[in-house]
Structures are given as structure tokens and as C-alpha cells.
Ligand binder design. Sequence first.
Ligand SMILES: N[C@@H](CCC(=O)N[C@@H](CS)C(=O)NCC(=O)O)C(=O)O
Length: 201
Amino acid sequence: MLKVYHSQGARSLRVLWLCEEMGVPYETAEASFFKPSDEFKAVNPLRTVPAMTDGDVRMIESVAMMMYIMSKYGPTELEVKPDESGYASYLQFMLFGEAGVAAYGNPLVATRFMAPDDQKQNWTAGYLKTAILKRLEFVADCLGGKDFLAADRFTAADISVSYIVTGAKFAGIEGDIPAGVKLYVDKLWQRPAFQRAAAVK
Ligand SMILES: N[C@@H](CCC(=O)N[C@@H](CS)C(=O)NCC(=O)O)C(=O)O
């Protein structure tokens, strides 16, 4: 069975949400940032969350985990196939959710909580905040009021991109999320599978 090393509010939410949507069974193990267990450290020496095992398989990238689960435990409508229109958008937003948006949040969170007081509002923190919000404006433009980013249906790309709104509170930018993105994510969060995943401690 899939074992997901999870911390509430972390990117493990992407993996749990996908599993809940697909009905794939999983178990969780606590992945604490402050007191990582020996087991977690052995699975993920980087101690970033999430990590996942599936038998002998060991993974430490959340979007790759989603792609693995869809390929291995699908088929699922959450994945857009190469012969469907919307495939290129799907692929792009799957990766954009992490590489294009959420990755900018890590140094912002670290600066907010770990930098010396006189550096918490430094130039780089301002740059990172602007970079994230600019990219979220791009997401809002791409949505143009639609409910989903690719293929006119709910897909894993929506799970990937929308994580940033959960992470925004750690980065201190939750009040700055563009209205078009907020509306889009609020609707996604109505999904029962999201609510089950978000409730996992
Ligand atoms: N690209 C990785 C990023 C993982 C990541 O940075 N997770 C955050 C929590 S959501 C974390 O562990 N931050 C602590 C750190 O970077 O040391 C993924 O998508 O799984």
C-alpha cells in the first residue's frame, strides 16, 4: 500500500487529494519538520514533505508522485492523455504548480520564519512575493473565469496549481491571492475528496 509521509498543510496534500479522488488506498506517517522520525529521515534524507513509498519504490517529489499514482493505479480522468486536446496545457500546469509557483514559496517561508529580524523584509523576500503573485495573475488570466485549467474538466493539474493557496498562509501572502484564483480554488475546495484529504492530520 502507498505510504505517504505527511504534514497537514504541506504538499503531501496534493498526493492525498489525488488518492481520495481516485479511491486509491493509502496510509500516512507523520513527517515532522521539527522532530523528523528516523524512518522519515531514512526515506527522505532531504526531510522535505512529502515522501512516499510503494513497496520498494521511494519518491520525494509531490508532482512526480501524482504522475506515478495515476499511471500505476489508473486509468483516471484526472490525467489528460496525449491524444486529447488540452494535453499540452495539462502537462504545463502539472509542472507549473510546483516549478513555476510553489517552489518560489520555500525561500519566502524560510525568510519569514528563520531569517534574522532585520532581513525578514529584504529585497529577495519582496522579489519572491512579486514573482508568485505575478504567476498567479497568469493563472487567473488562463482560467478566464473557467473552473478548470486544462481539458475543460477537473484534472491533476488543478490539484498541482491550487496547492499554493494552502501554502500561502505560511508564506504570509494569503491576503494577496488574485480574486480569480481565489474563486477557482474556493470551488475546488468544495470537492469532498479535497475535504477528506485536508482533514488528515
Ligand atoms: N518539490 C518538492 C518540494 C517539497 C517541499 O519543499 N516541501 C516543503 C513543505 S510543503 C518542505 O519540506 N519545506 C522544508 C524545506 O524545504 O526544508 C515537492 O513538490 O515535493
